[in-house]
Design a protein around this ligand. Structure first.
Ligand code: PMT
Length: 217
C-alpha cells in the first residue's frame, strides 16, 4: 500500500553524471549511472508528486510520468535547474555534477604529438549551493558521495549549501554508491541528527529518503 503523501508537491530531481567535453570526441565524467536519482523520481511519482527529472547522460530508461529534461554539461544542468526552480516545492540533488570543466573545448580532435599534455580546468557553478541561496520555503535535499570522513564532509556540505537534509553515501563501500542497484545511506538533518540504514535496494533507499522529507512538510 503506497502512501500518496507527495500529492500536490512539485519536485525537481537531478540525476546521473555530467559530461564535460574536451574536444569533439572526448569528455570528462564519473561513474554515476543515474539509478539512485531515477528511483527517487519513480518513488515520487508513486507517492503522488509532480516530477521534473533533470538528468545527465545515462544508459537506463527514463521513468514514466515525469517531465524529463536531458542535459550533458554541468552548465546545462545548472541552467535547467535554475529555469524551473521557482515552480517547485522540493529539490533533490542526486546528480554527480562535475566540479570542474576544461577551460577550453578544442574545436578539432587533440593530436597525440607531445609526450605530456596539460589540460586546464575551471570550476563549474555549484547547483545545490545556488538552490540553497535562493531557497525561500523550498525544501532542499542533497547527496554527499565520499570516500573518507563521510559524516564530517557531508555535514559541511549540508551547512554550506543550506540544505534541509543530506544523504551521505560512502562510495568506497561494497554495494554503495555508483553504478550498483543497492546503496548504504546515512541521512543527516540540520540539527545534525544522523539516521543510519543498512544496505538496501536503491528503490527502498528512495522511499526511506522520501519518508524523511515528508516529515518536514
Ligand atoms: O547514479 P548512481 O550510479 O545510482 O550513483 C548514485 C550516486 C553515488 C551518484 C548518489 O548516491 C550520490 O551520492 N550523488 C551525489 C554525488 C556527488 O557528486 O556528490 P558531491 O558530494 O560531489 O556533491 C554534493 C552535493 O552537491 C550533491 O547533492 C551534488 O548534486 C551537488 N553538486 C555538486 C557539485 C556541483 N557543481 N553542483 C552540485 O549541485
Amino acid at each position: 500500500d503506497i502512501k500518496r503523501d507527495f500529492e500536490g508537491k512539485k519536485v525537481l530531481v537531478t540525476a546521473g553524471p555530467t559530461r564535460e567535453p574536451l574536444d569533439p570526441v572526448r569528455y570528462l565524467t564519473n561513474h554515476s549511472s543515474g539509478k539512485m536519482g531515477y528511483e527517487i523520481a519513480k518513488a515520487l511519482v508513486e507517492r503522488g508528486a509532480e516530477v521534473i527529472l533533470v538528468s545527465g547522460p545515462t544508459y537506463i530508461e527514463a521513468p514514466k510520468n515525469v517531465t524529463f529534461i536531458p542535459v550533458e554539461m554541468a552548465m546545462e544542468m545548472y541552467n535547467a535547474v535554475m529555469m524551473h526552480l521557482e515552480e517547485v516545492d522540493i529539490v533533490i540533488g542526486s546528480a554527480a555534477v562535475s566540479d570542474y570543466r576544461p577551460k577550453e573545448i578544442q574545436k578539432e580532435k587533440i593530436k597525440k604529438d607531445d609526450q605530456e599534455l596539460t589540460i586546464q580546468l575551471v570550476k563549474n557553478p555549484d547547483i545545490m549551493y545556488e538552490v540553497g541561496k535562493r531557497k525561500q520555503n523550498r525544501i532542499s535535499v542533497g547527496f554527499a558521495a565520499e570516500t573518507t570522513n563521510l559524516i564530517e564532509y557531508a555535514t559541511k556540505k549540508l551547512k554550506e549549501k543550506n540544505m534541509d537534509l543530506i544523504v551521505a553515501n560512502d562510495v568506497s563501500q561494497e554495494g554503495a554508491g555508483f553504478g550498483v542497484d543497492t546503496n548504504i545511506i546515512k541521512i543527516i538533518d540540520k540539527n545534525q541528527n544522523i539516521k543510519e540504514y543498512p544496505l538496501m535496494s536503491k528503490s527502498q533507499a528512495a522511499h526511506v529518503i522520501l519518508d524523511e522529507i515528508a516529515k518536514l512538510f
